[in-house]
Design a protein around this ligand. Structure first.
Ligand code: SAM
Length: 286
């Protein structure tokens, strides 16, 4: 194992509206696949929170649109609005939705756009709410864009240490686990249950509930699952960050360590890593 170094794991709005969003747009099939097992749990929570009939639903940080499309199909009378700061991801989402009548996508920072796009009966998100510069302000905007009694349902990662896909790749490339105190936008920004509970309460949400969910993070599949997983990790996450800053002579060694990790996780034609998320729900009282 390499000696851990502090690498910037912060991913903020500027990253998502630029290069990071572009890579996710190119990799949308593999990112969707990595979250597919989590989606089973999240989609169920969304369906439970979603009233029947002609309601308005927002998918915040909707990315390539998979969860917005699932909501639109779960309630064909719902009008679903996917909002994302990445123009590249919104272009993918629009292409996937085609002529689906009850869905639209908006390319914008959600803090600025949600008020004009609402009001909503349900705001949902799969891992799209951990990147705000000012999360208290953002969750207050989400609440005021929600009708009285309206619901909030979202998923986010628990700690990096509980997420094998992150812990193991970080160890393999010598990246230190992110700090668990303080807020910095990024994939593990909402790992701390107490912090998020206080944030939601501070933004005026009530009936705040957190449910831990463990899921299989699928990194590789197909004809050569290990090569597929190495290709995926080489584009997104700790290994991608390490490759970006590595000297050319170091790259092969990094890829070999990631390959060995993925080979050790290969079972039944898939490379799956353990992953840990929260599913949060809350209600707007007024
Ligand atoms: C981890 S990705 C999740 C994408 C998608 N929900 C999914 O499950 O595939 C986070 C998403 O949040 C979006 N995002 C980050 N900050 C945002 C903001 N301030 N306003 C709107 N979207 C934002 C990113 O562009 C990105 O698509």
């Amino acid at each position: 194992m390499m000696q851990p170094t502090d690498v910037a794991t912060t991913i903020d709005a500027a990253g998502w509206s630029g290069a990071n969003g572009d890579v996710w747009a190119q990799e949308w099939q593999r990112t969707d696949r990595s979250f597919a097992d989590l989606s089973v749990h999240l989609n169920r929570a969304v369906r439970e929170a979603m009233a029947s009939g002609p309601i308005a639903v927002a998918d915040v940080g909707c990315g390539a649109g998979g969860t917005a499309l699932a909501a639109a199909s779960a309630n064909p009378q719902a009008q679903v609005t996917g909002i994302d700061i990445s123009p590249a991801l919104i272009a993918v989402a629009q292409a996937r939705a085609g002529a689906t009548p009850n869905i639209r996508f908006v390319a914008a920072a959600v803090e600025a756009a949600i008020g004009a796009a609402g009001p909503f009966d349900l705001i949902m998100s799969r891992h799209g709410v951990m990147f705000f510069d000012d999360p208290l302000d953002a969750f207050t905007h989400l609440r005021t864009a929600t009708r009285p009694g309206g619901r909030l349902v979202f998923s986010c990662f628990r700690a990096a240490a509980d997420n094998g896909w992150a812990r193991e790749t970080m160890a393999a490339v010598g990246e230190a686990l992110p700090a668990s105190d303080g807020y910095a936008p990024g994939p593990f920004a909402f790992a701390d249950e107490t912090f998020v509970r206080g944030l939601l309460a501070g933004a005026g949400w009530v009936e705040v509930n957190a449910r831990p969910v463990d899921f299989a993070y699928r990194a590789g599949a197909g004809d050569d699952p290990v090569a597929d997983a190495v290709g995926f990790f080489g584009r997104i996450g700790p290994a991608a960050r390490a490759l970006k800053v590595a000297a050319p002579a170091e790259r092969a060694a990094i890829l070999e360590r990631v390959r060995a990790l993925c080979a050790a996780r290969m079972r039944d034609g898939h490379v799956d890593f353990p992953a840990a998320a929260w599913i949060w729900s809350a209600r707007n009282p007024h």
